[in-house]
Write a protein that binds this ligand. Structure first.
Ligand code: SF4
Length: 370
């Protein structure tokens, strides 16, 4: 491997990585454009192993979407519904507690909760379900809301983003999700998510949360109408905020799902595109500890392969997923813990169950009990 790295087409970039010299945008573009996936994989795997060894993590979690009603109509979104639609839903706090209670018996340590921008639910609905869920088990970590939901809740609460986050934190919010970053480049963002918050607003919500001591993940939606330069622009802005706050725990590239929405894109990203995006992310985001291969979007088999292309995390058991599946994802609704462990072991890595903050937690044979 060393011979390959030292003699391969990216010898200069390998030397940069070894010496801790940051890759620039031209380097990232060169890596994105390569057809030599093996050479790219070798250097990304080197960077990942140096940071994370052979460890690869997963989380035992459950998704809950509290509602799919949304006042916006992002072109790429297959999840949102209007009140006139007959397949819209909204859950009461009691229904969410019931879902959480069932999932706790399966050993989950995290609830991941997002929804649309609901037209009429009051702010107290959100603080109410956070409190109800947290009271089930103090160890249950609540990772909730995208940046645009936080802006919506701030508008509902008639408070600043900072004060809204403080109130949500006091009610039980422990981490923000990374969803909704989509692509930051302004014109492309308008083409796929007109009306959604700007890149600056997305980054500012996360900045404010980090300044309050909170942690969050972040994402990139790729494989639609963006260019490779747009992807790099997106990564650069995330890297800059991470330099400033160090508040991101991990980065999750999300392959676009093309079904049931208003964007004319024929195919989901290819396997090659998924792997090169993971690899370039690992190399360019030198201030991020973790890169997640999101099996819901990639499929578990491809996510497993990504563990040798720079990823060190497979995300979680999920249990119930709507957003990607309504847009055409063919992966199953959930993956059992033992399947994630098996996938990691087969890839030659050491499975580590983690918490919301990517910290190792108790062994898989000791599920959380209630
Ligand atoms: Fe609403 Fe989010 Fe869908 Fe946009 S992506 S329409 S904000 S649910």
């Amino acid at each position: 491997m060393d011979f390959f790295l030292q003699r391969g087409p990216f010898r200069d970039l390998y030397e940069k990585v070894v010496s801790g010299t940051r890759l620039n945008d031209d380097d990232a573009l060169r890596l994105f454009r390569t057809t030599d996936l093996n050479a790219l994989c070798a250097i990304a795997d080197f960077a990942n192993r140096r940071r994370n060894g052979l460890r690869a993590s997963y989380i035992v979690n459950r998704y809950i979407n509290y509602s799919n009603y949304c006042i916006l109509s992002c072109q790429f979104c297959a999840f949102s519904r209007k009140k006139r639609d007959n397949d819209g839903f909204q859950l009461s706090a009691e229904q969410m507690v019931e879902k959480a209670r069932e999932a706790l018996s399966l050993g989950i340590t995290e609830l991941h909760i997002v929804g649309g921008l609901h037209p009429s639910l009051p702010f107290s609905y959100y603080t109410g379900f956070l409190r109800a869920l947290k009271s089930l088990d103090a160890r249950l970590q609540l990772k909730c809301f995208t940046a645009v939901e936080i802006l919506h809740l701030a508008w509902l609460a008639k408070k600043t983003v900072r004060d809204t986050l403080l109130e949500l934190k006091e009610a039980g919010l422990e981490a923000l999700t990374g969803g909704g970053a989509e692509i930051f480049q302004k014109e492309v963002r308008s083409k796929i998510a007109l009306g959604k918050e700007s890149a600056e607003e997305y980054l500012n919500v996360h900045r404010t949360w980090h300044q309050l001591g909170g942690r969050s993940t972040c994402t990139l939606l790729y494989g639609h109408v963006e260019s490779l330069e747009d992807r790099i622009d997106h990564l650069r802005r995330l890297r800059e905020l991470q330099d400033e706050t160090k508040g991101f725990t991990g980065f999750i590239p999300l392959p676009y799902q093309p079904d049931n929405n208003g964007l004319p894109v024929k195919h989901a990203p290819s396997g090659y595109d998924m792997l090169r995006t993971i690899a370039v992310s690992r190399l360019y985001l030198d201030n991020f500890d973790h890169i997640t291969a999101y099996w819901v979007g990639m499929g578990l088999k491809m996510a497993q392969v990504a563990l040798s292309h720079g990823a060190d995390d497979l995300h979680g058991t999920i249990i119930e997923e709507y957003i990607f599946h309504m847009a055409g994802a063919k992966s199953p609704q959930m993956t059992a813990q033992k399947e994630l462990v098996k996938a990691i072991r087969e890839a030659g890595r050491e499975p580590i169950q983690r918490n919301t903050f990517y910290e190792p937690i108790e062994s898989i044979s000791s599920p959380v009990t209630v």
